[in-house]
Design a protein around this ligand. Structure first.
Ligand code: ATP
Ligand code: ZN
Length: 210
């Protein structure tokens, strides 16, 4: 039996469940339960908040997980990634108020930037030789400039309409992300074999979708 953690409810949930089902794995999904056992494959599914998934897989509470690379890298466990899954594509971008002048990332020197991704943003700014004050907030990052909390933000963007609605303009792409399969690095021989079968099926599903 192998244990796979997926997001309980959110943008990753439906595509994660669909992928497992398309692998021919049957289970009864329940929004009340924390876990489900598949009926025709040695798999147990755990439903968690996406932010908790990397740590649980690192610690071996779950053997496998499906999570966005943004959350995985921010948590500090990029080495757990074993396969990109091609869904939940998004980017982490810097944005400034539409009226503010902006030429390059150097303009952010000494500025206050609100983000839920201080680790990824901090690394990006350091690579560009920029020092800024990062304010870590967990949600509604895009309203920070309008309430005077920050002169810029760094947040997940897919269409850009949320930015537009808050009078912001996307100025730099900091990180590109998609959903990935992650695995604990000390799986037993038995679990590694189950993982191999699972990956084989996932790859077949992805080939069939193309
Ligand atoms: P949780 O309650 O599990 O903590 P959450 O609110 O943190 O959920 P969601 O908004 O459901 O997270 O997003 C989950 C993941 O989906 C993100 O970390 C990112 O990888 C991806 N994602 C976020 N926004 C988009 C988007 N607009 N389009 C596609 N993928 C996205
Ligand atoms: Zn989350």
């Amino acid at each position: 039996m192998i244990r796979l953690a997926i997001q309980k409810s959110g943008r990753l949930s439906e595509d994660s469940l669909n992928l497992i089902r398309e692998c021919g794995i049957n289970f009864v999904a329940s929004s009340y339960k924390l876990k489900t056992e598949a009926t025709n494959f040695p798999l147990e599914i755990l439903y968690l908040r996406d932010d908790d998934i990397p740590g649980y897989v690192q610690d071996g509470v779950a053997d496998l997980g499906i999570v966005g690379q943004n959350v995985l890298v921010e948590a500090g466990y990029p080495a757990l990634e074993i396969e990109a899954l091609g869904f939940s594509k998004c980017r982490l971008s810097l944005a400034v108020p539409r009226a503010a002048g902006y030429d390059s990332v150097a303009d952010l020197q000494g500025k206050n930037i609100a983000t839920s991704y201080p680790a990824i943003l901090g690394k990006y700014l350091a690579e560009h030789g920029v020092q800024a004050n990062l304010h870590t907030i967990s949600g509604s990052v895009e309203i920070a400039p309008s309430i005077g909390l920050a002169e810029a933000i760094c947040d997940i963007v897919s269409s850009g309409s949320t930015l537009l609605g808050n009078g912001l303009r996307e100025v730099e792409t900091v990180f590109r992300s998609e959903a990935v399969l992650i695995a604990n690095q000390n799986l037993s021989e038995e679990k590694r074999e189950i993982l191999e079968q699972l990956q084989f099926r996932m790859q077949a599903v992805r080939r069939a979708r193309r």
